[in-house]
Design a protein around this ligand. Sequence first.
Ligand SMILES: NC(=O)c1ccc[n+]([C@@H]2O[C@H](COP(=O)([O-])OP(=O)(O)OC[C@H]3O[C@@H](n4cnc5c(N)ncnc54)[C@H](OP(=O)(O)O)[C@@H]3O)[C@@H](O)[C@H]2O)c1
Length: 356
Amino acid sequence: MAGRFRRRHPFTSYHSIHPFDYAAAPIHMLTLTLPLRWAGMLLLLLLLSVMAMPISGLAVPRKKLALITGGNKGIGKEIARRIGMDPEFTAIIACRNVELGLAAAEDLRTNSEYECDVIALPISMDLTDPSSIEAVAHWVEKEYEDGILDVLINSAAICFNDPTLYGKVQFTPFQDQAGITIRTNYFGTLHVIQSFTPLLKRSSSPRIINIASAAGRLTILRSQQLVDAFTSDTLTVPALSKLMEQFVSDVESGTHTNKGWPNTCYGMSKLGIIALTRILAKSHPEMMINSVDPGYCRTDQNDNQGTVDPARGAYTPYLLALMERDDEEEEGGGEKEAESGLHFYEEQEIPWTYQS
Ligand SMILES: NC(=O)c1ccc[n+]([C@@H]2O[C@H](COP(=O)([O-])OP(=O)(O)OC[C@H]3O[C@@H](n4cnc5c(N)ncnc54)[C@H](OP(=O)(O)O)[C@@H]3O)[C@@H](O)[C@H]2O)c1
């Protein structure tokens, strides 16, 4: 279903121009004798066919489009840089602060190793505001011909760093962290995915890359019942969302530890993202949907205490954006391993338990 898109730009948009518009033609042309008019028409047809030749010869292959949430800084910005430097792609930065997004895009275009094709959205997208997410999906659909999005990378998230680990995050009691963390990181990301799915389905190789974390490893759950619920093959998105809501209400009522939930709202939000990735990969076999742990990167999320360069953390998401799907059988007749619904760390698929 892939089609070509043309980025609308005031300097490149063109209007349909008819070179021989009788209504607009000067009066003296309409008084030409009939044979002369026929000769004129023939000449015009010849001219038109000559003009059409170089136009079809200039057809350029369509560039793929990748949208990165939280692309104004940290790992998201480095993902936007890597993807924007790939000649196959145009990267779009989506963030809640338009000014920060525009500044990041300008910085990437000016200060990247290679030419970086990146733009920032002129409208805000806040994960806690569903209407802003829908407005952005609508903007992309209208702005790019054929309304295609090829790659969606969900990097935006919040973390309260228990409770103000690095002194940079305003102190928020644990009971108050759950609602906002799950609303932003889990439900916000889910809403982004749902809003962009129609655009992704028009791509010939759609993919979603969800930035998760080791904090969301399965072993943080302290009850086998919860482990079974999150890993069930029959788990659906509504059922998963219910589990996430249950976690919030159990934290708010102070009963979460008795029920086997962990003492980390951020970890639970990322565990939810990994579970969501697995469910969506099953229900959308036409897409490649994976999650990535970028490692402990030096970003504002940890007041730059991380040990990994965010550019390194951006590498696996970039590879997943690039990787071609290969549905063919492996040599020897065996089935190729699934390439969707997996969790990655440093270019490798790793188990959700983080125990091999
Ligand atoms: N850094 C690490 O060590 C590490 C480790 C594992 C996983 N991760 C994950 O990697 C991803 C990127 O994190 P990072 O380290 O690059 O963090 P970061 O530098 O703090 O960037 C977070 C991004 O999320 C955006 N964001 C937060 N709340 C939002 C909201 N309500 N609506 C829209 N955007 C929102 C921020 O926008 P503003 O600029 O407007 O705040 C920012 O662009 C996150 O998913 C994070 O959980 C990070």
